[in-house]
Design a protein around this ligand. Structure first.
Ligand SMILES: [Zn+2]
Length: 164
């Protein structure tokens, strides 16, 4: 599976790459030099919407892609280019906040996060995911449906692009 380094302008794209399970370097305060260094030393694909930076990427022999358009177009184009399926399996997702790996907690294991979430949430959900690095806790709350609807939208966009 490809790993990515994403420029500071493309936070939403970074989020969708992490949710689909891709190791994705993203920091809102990263500068171009650091991004190039990370992509080069960690063999990451560098995604940017900055034509100037993209030129440096090409000149440096780094694999990259110039991303254009709004978020939806960017996500659809990148998914097509790198063969990414627009489905989200939370057992494979990376932490949306820090890119850390998630541990799935089932049944009695959820005891570990009892103090990290509201009691109602704790009682209602059976499965939780805990980030190994930043200790964020995830569960399939109301936003889960939004996530799935967004992936359907991307799937449609990808189909339209393939058909034209
Ligand atoms: Zn995390």
């Amino acid at each position: 599976m490809s790993s990515f380094a994403v420029d500071a302008m493309l936070g939403k794209l970074a989020l969708w790459l992490r949710l689909t399970g891709h190791d994705t370097f993203y920091r809102a305060d990263v500068d171009d030099d650091e991004l190039l260094r990370v992509a080069s030393s960690q063999k990451r694909i560098l995604l940017t919407s900055d034509a100037n930076l993209h030129r440096h990427v090409v000149e440096s022999g780094i694999r990259g892609m110039l991303v254009r358009g709004g978020v939806d177009d960017a996500v659809a184009d990148v998914f097509i280019e790198f063969g990414i399926t627009p489905t989200i399996d939370p057992t494979k997702s990376r932490c949306s906040k820090c890119n850390g790996e998630l541990i799935q907690l089932d049944g009695t294991e959820k005891e570990r996060i009892r103090n990290f979430v509201h009691k109602k949430t704790y009682d209602y959900y059976d499965k939780f995911w805990l980030c190994k690095d930043c200790q964020s806790v995830f569960f399939q709350g109301g936003y889960w449906r939004n996530i799935q609807e967004y992936m359907k939208r991307i799937e449609e966009l990808m189909r339209e692009r393939r058909d034209t």
